[in-house]
Design a protein around this ligand. Structure first.
Ligand SMILES: [Zn+2]
Length: 184
Protein backbone atom coordinates (compact mmCIF):
# COMPACT_ATOMS: atom_id res chain seq x y z
CA UNK A 1 0.00 0.00 0.00
CA UNK A 2 1.49 3.29 -0.94
CA UNK A 3 0.47 6.85 -1.44
CA UNK A 4 2.47 8.18 -4.34
CA UNK A 5 3.08 11.87 -5.00
CA UNK A 6 0.82 13.44 -7.63
CA UNK A 7 2.71 15.14 -10.44
CA UNK A 8 1.90 18.74 -11.30
CA UNK A 9 1.94 20.27 -14.77
CA UNK A 10 5.59 21.21 -14.42
CA UNK A 11 6.28 17.51 -15.11
CA UNK A 12 6.67 16.64 -18.80
CA UNK A 13 5.17 13.19 -18.31
CA UNK A 14 1.72 14.77 -18.05
CA UNK A 15 2.01 15.72 -21.73
CA UNK A 16 2.84 12.21 -22.91
CA UNK A 17 0.42 9.63 -24.28
CA UNK A 18 -0.03 6.63 -21.99
CA UNK A 19 0.38 3.04 -23.21
CA UNK A 20 -2.44 0.47 -23.29
CA UNK A 21 -2.46 -2.10 -20.50
CA UNK A 22 -1.79 -5.64 -21.79
CA UNK A 23 -1.14 -7.57 -18.57
CA UNK A 24 -3.99 -7.88 -16.08
CA UNK A 25 -1.79 -9.03 -13.24
CA UNK A 26 -0.85 -8.23 -9.66
CA UNK A 27 1.18 -5.26 -10.86
CA UNK A 28 -1.99 -3.71 -12.27
CA UNK A 29 -3.95 -4.40 -9.09
CA UNK A 30 -1.15 -2.82 -7.02
CA UNK A 31 -1.13 0.21 -9.29
CA UNK A 32 -4.89 0.66 -8.97
CA UNK A 33 -4.71 0.32 -5.20
CA UNK A 34 -1.97 2.96 -5.03
CA UNK A 35 -4.03 5.21 -7.30
CA UNK A 36 -7.08 4.99 -5.03
CA UNK A 37 -4.91 5.71 -1.98
CA UNK A 38 -3.09 8.61 -3.63
CA UNK A 39 -6.38 10.10 -4.84
CA UNK A 40 -7.96 9.81 -1.40
CA UNK A 41 -4.90 11.36 0.23
CA UNK A 42 -5.29 14.41 -2.02
CA UNK A 43 -9.06 14.58 -1.67
CA UNK A 44 -9.62 14.00 -5.39
CA UNK A 45 -12.51 12.26 -7.13
CA UNK A 46 -10.56 10.95 -10.12
CA UNK A 47 -6.98 10.10 -11.02
CA UNK A 48 -5.14 8.90 -14.11
CA UNK A 49 -2.07 6.66 -13.71
CA UNK A 50 0.16 9.23 -15.40
CA UNK A 51 -0.57 11.59 -12.53
CA UNK A 52 1.51 9.34 -10.28
CA UNK A 53 4.08 8.88 -13.03
CA UNK A 54 2.87 5.61 -14.57
CA UNK A 55 2.23 5.95 -18.30
CA UNK A 56 -0.48 3.29 -18.51
CA UNK A 57 -4.07 3.73 -19.65
CA UNK A 58 -5.63 3.33 -16.22
CA UNK A 59 -7.97 5.66 -14.38
CA UNK A 60 -9.84 5.56 -11.11
CA UNK A 61 -12.93 7.48 -10.11
CA UNK A 62 -14.63 7.83 -6.74
CA UNK A 63 -17.79 9.88 -6.96
CA UNK A 64 -19.78 7.86 -4.44
CA UNK A 65 -20.24 10.90 -2.20
CA UNK A 66 -21.80 12.73 -5.13
CA UNK A 67 -24.21 9.88 -5.79
CA UNK A 68 -22.29 8.27 -8.64
CA UNK A 69 -19.86 5.35 -8.73
CA UNK A 70 -16.42 4.25 -7.63
CA UNK A 71 -14.27 2.14 -9.91
CA UNK A 72 -11.12 1.42 -11.87
CA UNK A 73 -11.26 1.66 -15.66
CA UNK A 74 -8.54 0.07 -17.77
CA UNK A 75 -7.93 1.06 -21.41
CA UNK A 76 -11.02 3.31 -21.45
CA UNK A 77 -12.28 4.76 -24.71
CA UNK A 78 -15.14 6.99 -25.67
CA UNK A 79 -17.94 5.18 -27.51
CA UNK A 80 -20.47 7.96 -27.61
CA UNK A 81 -21.01 11.45 -26.22
CA UNK A 82 -24.11 13.62 -26.17
CA UNK A 83 -24.35 16.69 -28.36
CA UNK A 84 -25.84 18.43 -25.38
CA UNK A 85 -23.13 20.11 -23.34
CA UNK A 86 -22.81 20.92 -19.65
CA UNK A 87 -21.28 23.99 -18.10
CA UNK A 88 -19.26 23.41 -15.02
CA UNK A 89 -16.16 24.18 -13.10
CA UNK A 90 -13.26 21.80 -13.30
CA UNK A 91 -10.17 21.31 -11.20
CA UNK A 92 -7.23 18.93 -11.28
CA UNK A 93 -4.88 17.51 -8.67
CA UNK A 94 -2.05 18.24 -11.12
CA UNK A 95 -3.02 21.91 -11.31
CA UNK A 96 -3.12 22.80 -7.61
CA UNK A 97 -4.95 25.96 -6.65
CA UNK A 98 -6.87 26.53 -9.87
CA UNK A 99 -10.28 25.69 -11.22
CA UNK A 100 -12.07 27.02 -14.26
CA UNK A 101 -15.18 26.61 -16.33
CA UNK A 102 -14.95 24.09 -19.13
CA UNK A 103 -17.77 22.87 -21.37
CA UNK A 104 -18.06 19.11 -21.68
CA UNK A 105 -20.68 16.76 -23.12
CA UNK A 106 -23.46 16.13 -20.63
CA UNK A 107 -23.48 12.36 -21.14
CA UNK A 108 -20.94 9.75 -22.26
CA UNK A 109 -20.75 6.05 -22.97
CA UNK A 110 -17.34 4.54 -22.22
CA UNK A 111 -15.88 1.16 -23.15
CA UNK A 112 -13.21 -0.19 -20.81
CA UNK A 113 -11.71 -3.31 -19.28
CA UNK A 114 -11.98 -4.30 -15.63
CA UNK A 115 -9.08 -5.54 -13.50
CA UNK A 116 -9.50 -9.05 -14.93
CA UNK A 117 -9.48 -7.79 -18.52
CA UNK A 118 -13.20 -8.24 -19.14
CA UNK A 119 -14.63 -5.78 -21.65
CA UNK A 120 -17.38 -3.62 -20.20
CA UNK A 121 -19.42 -0.52 -20.90
CA UNK A 122 -20.39 2.26 -18.52
CA UNK A 123 -22.56 5.31 -19.03
CA UNK A 124 -22.36 8.51 -17.04
CA UNK A 125 -23.83 11.96 -16.98
CA UNK A 126 -22.99 15.32 -15.47
CA UNK A 127 -20.12 15.11 -12.96
CA UNK A 128 -19.35 11.48 -13.84
CA UNK A 129 -19.22 12.28 -17.55
CA UNK A 130 -16.94 15.21 -16.79
CA UNK A 131 -14.66 13.02 -14.67
CA UNK A 132 -14.37 10.33 -17.38
CA UNK A 133 -13.55 12.90 -20.05
CA UNK A 134 -11.08 14.74 -17.83
CA UNK A 135 -9.23 11.53 -16.91
CA UNK A 136 -9.23 10.14 -20.45
CA UNK A 137 -7.67 13.41 -21.59
CA UNK A 138 -4.82 12.74 -19.14
CA UNK A 139 -4.22 9.40 -20.84
CA UNK A 140 -3.73 11.29 -24.10
CA UNK A 141 -1.34 13.80 -22.52
CA UNK A 142 -3.91 16.57 -22.28
CA UNK A 143 -4.53 18.77 -19.25
CA UNK A 144 -7.76 20.72 -18.80
CA UNK A 145 -6.12 24.13 -18.46
CA UNK A 146 -4.89 23.82 -22.04
CA UNK A 147 -8.46 23.30 -23.29
CA UNK A 148 -10.07 26.39 -21.78
CA UNK A 149 -11.81 28.96 -23.90
CA UNK A 150 -9.24 31.60 -24.95
CA UNK A 151 -10.80 34.35 -22.83
CA UNK A 152 -10.64 32.23 -19.67
CA UNK A 153 -7.20 30.89 -20.50
CA UNK A 154 -5.91 34.41 -20.93
CA UNK A 155 -7.22 35.34 -17.51
CA UNK A 156 -5.46 32.38 -15.89
CA UNK A 157 -2.31 32.30 -18.03
CA UNK A 158 -0.14 33.87 -15.32
CA UNK A 159 -1.17 31.37 -12.69
CA UNK A 160 -0.92 28.41 -15.10
CA UNK A 161 2.60 29.53 -15.93
CA UNK A 162 3.50 29.76 -12.25
CA UNK A 163 2.27 26.21 -11.62
CA UNK A 164 4.25 24.99 -14.64
CA UNK A 165 7.32 26.48 -12.97
CA UNK A 166 6.55 24.89 -9.60
CA UNK A 167 5.34 28.11 -7.97
CA UNK A 168 2.11 28.59 -6.04
CA UNK A 169 -0.69 30.50 -7.72
CA UNK A 170 -0.94 34.15 -6.77
CA UNK A 171 -4.73 34.19 -6.73
CA UNK A 172 -4.65 37.35 -8.74
CA UNK A 173 -7.76 36.12 -10.53
CA UNK A 174 -11.41 36.37 -9.65
CA UNK A 175 -12.52 34.18 -6.73
CA UNK A 176 -14.63 32.10 -9.08
CA UNK A 177 -11.49 30.67 -10.61
CA UNK A 178 -9.91 29.72 -7.34
CA UNK A 179 -9.85 26.10 -6.36
CA UNK A 180 -13.18 25.34 -4.78
CA UNK A 181 -13.26 21.70 -5.63
CA UNK A 182 -10.88 19.18 -6.99
CA UNK A 183 -12.08 17.16 -9.90
CA UNK A 184 -9.17 14.99 -10.62
ZN1 LIG B 1 -6.63 16.06 -13.78
Amino acid sequence: MAVRPVLTIQDERLYQVSEPVKKFDKGLRDLVRDMFESMAEEGGVGLAAVQIGVLKRVLVIDLVEKGFIKGAFINPHLIEASDEMQEGEEGCLSVPGLSAELKRPRWVKIGYQDLSGNHKIVEGEMLLARAFLHEMDHLDGKVFVDQLEPSIHKLLAGDIDRIKHGLPVEHAVEPRYRNKKKTA
